[in-house]
Write a protein that binds this ligand. Sequence first.
Ligand code: ZN
Ligand code: ZN
Length: 418
Amino acid sequence: MTHATPFAEQSAFEQNLDQLAAVAVHVGLGLKAGQELVMTAPLEAVPLVRRITEHAYRAGASLVTTLYNDDDAALMRFRFAPNAAFDHAANWLYDGMGAAFKSGAARLAITGANPLLLSNEDPDKVGRANHAISMAYRPALELITRHEINWTIVATATPAWAEAMFPDAPPQYALAKLWDAIFETSRINTSDPVSAWKQHDAELQRRAAFLNERRYSALQYRGPETDFRLGLADDHLWMGGGTTAANGIYCIPNIPTEEVFTTPHKDRADGIVTASKPLSYQGTMIEGIQVRFERGRIVEARATRGQEVLQKLIDSDEGARRLGEVALVPQSSPIAHSGLTYFNTLFDENAASHIALGQAYSSCVRDGENLTPEQLAAKGANDSLIHVDWMIGSDKLDIDGITASGAVEPLMRSGEWV
Ligand code: ZN
Ligand code: ZN
């Protein structure tokens, strides 16, 4: 807070922050009375965390527990900890989160970390540390990817993130611009954000229903340096907007969200795909990604920046070279419309059609929650420690749907729904 800021503006900001918290609790989580809430957040998110905490208790939460991440402290580990330390993660912490989810807690993540935090650190240490976290978090993360519980992600602006997005702007101005972008794309800048979300959710559900009715067996992508055919999993289900978790609670897992998405077939991807945006992965930047798939597997991967991190990423395990998600997003979405690159997956994946390496969402396979891992794999759902979205959509990308009989139907032209 600065003395220079007029009171009226301050109050508009406070109102927006409160609305974002209300949307997180009532739309994103659909938090139920009596539920516990486990939240993770960057240190700079304290004002938003407190708004969310109040809304959660007013909604009847039994206990709100927030775990804060401190970017500077994380960096000290890379600077000063012994080399052997990087294969180690706080297993007890992730076990505890898993236990909380199993006992009925909802999960809220606030994103806003510095996307460039680890970009100058040793890629080997970064890769090992990420792998250790993935291993430790896997059991808890599975409860989320299987939609056993209600969960959501929302964003907070932070000075470091704002600086990464607007490197030439004065810090206060950059931060204000990022907040504006978050409020705008999270549909907070309307008189009734909760109903705006209901309407938007219905529109995404309608798109997903259309694709489910068409039952395409594959998608064909054509664009600059992209010529790619992607088979869809047997019994795949398109999803968009909200979903009813296995605990019976309706939640919208990403605020904002613009995508409709499903599970591709892990053995049916062929051709060349070029990323349309840089990928921010765990504090490092991977730019100019181009990969070639053969029968579902990446056989060649290049990046103009961060090649080593990309290589480590796809070497995480066998499933890391295969796809676990395919998502369609029109170029006219508010996030794409803002013309900004956020270096944050929550935003960038909702600005462009994308694919994700790694773990598939079993909820995107019909009756997936009740299938064994073997049954899911037989339908083509991929299995991995990682799930990393990368953006391939642009206003130059055309996408066709291929029906079971081989008929070709135009789905997107120049990045827009046909
Ligand atoms: Zn996605
Ligand atoms: Zn994803």
